[in-house]
Design a protein around this ligand. Structure first.
Ligand code: PGA
Length: 249
């Protein structure tokens, strides 16, 4: 089955020369790339237009790291999903744990943002994870139920989910392939309960948290995840492409 490899550049590349060099290297590496997998890079919003132009003749697609639920209007500082699409973006990360934490985004905000993204034909990559102390299964259960209830079966089929245990993000620590497989199956069973078994099979479930070229195959292919969401290791174009290659072998 096709895998999805997403790079989340977060709030990096604050220097134009770094951004330009990154895109140049990504273009050079991707022209040699033969993969049937989907590769997406999500730069800071302010660079979405630049990345879309730079990568337009490559197989790499571009996404944003967040969007607002309204398409336009008096919402100072927010990003229109319609503008992301108009610039060439086709994906948007929604509900990353860093936004849930620093921007206090709730499940309700996240559902609204997904609706906004879907109205503009963006594919939402929706992050779920274990945020605080307590029971991980319960936390995932609450987040997935908020999605299935707020979106309904038809919209659920248009999103991707990224399972990201917060303790694994940027820490160098990862769950085992078996642990990831268990959570992927659990998330799929929750979707099946609320939306039907058939529908649950069409929702890609990615893993994210300390993915590197070295562990990518284990955390994705061996774990039966449908792809990976990569933070730190996507910041160097060659490492990111190594991950793509490792998963495409
Ligand atoms: P990391 O980040 O790969 O640096 O752990 C993953 C993420 O935050 O999506």
């Amino acid at each position: 089955m096709q895998k999805i490899i997403v790079g989340n550049l977060k709030m990096n590349m604050e220097n134009i020369a770094t951004r330009n060099a990154y895109c140049k290297e990504l273009i050079a590496k991707s022209t040699k790339m033969t993969t049937k997998n989907t590769v997406v890079v999500c730069p800071p919003t302010i660079y979405v237009e630049y990345f879309c132009r730079a990568l337009q003749n490559t197989p790499i697609r571009v996404g944003a790291q967040d969007c607002f639920w309204e398409l336009y209007g008096s919402f100072t500082g927010n990003t229109s999903p319609q503008a992301i699409h108009a610039l060439g973006g086709r994906y948007v990360i929604v509900g990353h744990s860093e936004r849930r934490e620093h921007n206090h985004e709730t499940n309700e905000d996240i559902v609204n943002k997904i609706h906004g993204a879907l109205r503009c034909e963006l594919t939402p990559i929706v992050c779920v994870g274990f945020l605080s102390h307590g029971d991980e299964m319960e936390s995932i259960h609450n987040q997935i139920n908020a999605l299935t209830e707020g979106l309904g079966a038809a919209a659920m089929q248009k999103i991707m989910i990224a399972y990201e245990p917060v303790w694994a993000i940027g820490s160098g620590k990862t769950p085992t392939s078996d642990d990831i497989h268990t959570m992927v199956m659990y998330i799929r069973s929750l979707i099946a309960q609320n939306c039907g078994k058939e529908q649950s099979l069409s929702v890609p479930i990615l893993y994210g948290g300390s993915v590197t070229p070295h562990n990518a195959r284990a955390l994705c292919v061996d774990a039966h995840a449908d792809g990976v969401l990569v933070g730190g290791a996507s910041l160097a174009a060659d490492r990111f492409m190594h991950i793509v290659r490792a998963i495409s072998l």
